[in-house]
Ligand binder design. Sequence first.
Ligand SMILES: Cc1ncc(C[n+]2csc(CCOP(=O)(O)OP(=O)(O)O)c2C)c(N)n1
Ligand SMILES: [Mg+2]
Length: 374
Amino acid sequence: MPIETIYEAKIEYLQILDETGKLDKKLAKDTLSDEQVVEAYEQMWICRQLDEIAFKLQRSGRMGTYPQNKGQEANAAGSAMAMVKGTDWVIPCYRENLAMHLHGMPYHQILMHWMGDERGNMIPEGVKMTPLSVPIGTHMLHAAGIAWAMKLRKEQGAVITYFGDGATSEGDFHGAMNFASVLKVPTIFYCQNNQWAISVPFEQQMASKTVAQKAFAYGMPTIRVDGNDIFAVYKAVSDARKRAINGDGPSFIEGLTYRLGDHTTADDARRYRDAAEVEAWMEKDPLIRTRKYLVDQNLWDDEKQASLGERAEKIVSEIVKAAEGVPDPDKTEFFDHMFAEIPADLREQRDTMRTSSLGINPDQVGLKAQPQRA
Ligand SMILES: Cc1ncc(C[n+]2csc(CCOP(=O)(O)OP(=O)(O)O)c2C)c(N)n1
Ligand SMILES: [Mg+2]
């Protein structure tokens, strides 16, 4: 009996706007209008400015750890523009500020999160989003679950979730992919493959040639796109959304991109990355190629750039002012959100601002005899 091939697969790679700013008009048909490309460029530029200022806030002690989005903005812009604000859900990781912003999350709250203020994670009324997720992979399960709820409730719309290449090594990723595909829910899995998971390069993260092929195991339509190309990202996500809305289940998209900055402000990537690699990717910067395209189309010039620069500076300074201007919470709020009814020992701590061990352990700071002042 001859051996039969029962499964074959291929991965397509989609690029519409290349590194030089040249557009494939045929593939670009029915994607972004001129106005939308201008809007995407301006938004990416403002997002980049905010990223630079966030870095400086951390360096000057005004913010905790911060993960820069630099270089990856087209993934967030193209995908968020293909989703419908207020109808679709956005389930973010931590490197897609622009997708969160475009779907209604105020930027200053994102800064508050990184300043250590949990109130930054309060999702405004009507915004269909979960708080940004630092635990790698856990939120993908939420994306599968929310889409399942939408399906059961017969709600229109889809769910998009973002995660990195490293996240696809997590069990939660596979659990989410399996549930979403078996239950045929409207989830779009968007992997920002920036080719590094902190200091672990792609080749050491997985033995597969692409991330996209992991979706074959779950019977999902899958594609790799140039993640620095807003047209390709927009098209792939629009197609995936159409399938989701039609009841055809989840899709997988791998956006091939590059993290131009350090992993976070707590990292120094020069210790493990080749400078030549970073430079080569700087040439593929989504902002540069989008601007080249717009200039070629006579949709952009130096005057518009200068005015955007001024506008961005003002916008970003207002965002920082808003984040830093929120009054500190009362210290007692610390106790407020864990128990429906606060246990007696915690109530005592709250009321006295002292722990019950005080006075028991003489080594505890503050209990030792204070040196007398001369
Ligand atoms: C469950 C969990 N394990 C480990 C970490 C520590 N950690 C933070 S970021 C990161 C790498 C993530 O890489 P990737 O998914 O590629 O995303 P990227 O940071 O490149 O955007 C790790 C391991 C974490 N936050 N959560
Ligand atoms: Mg990564």
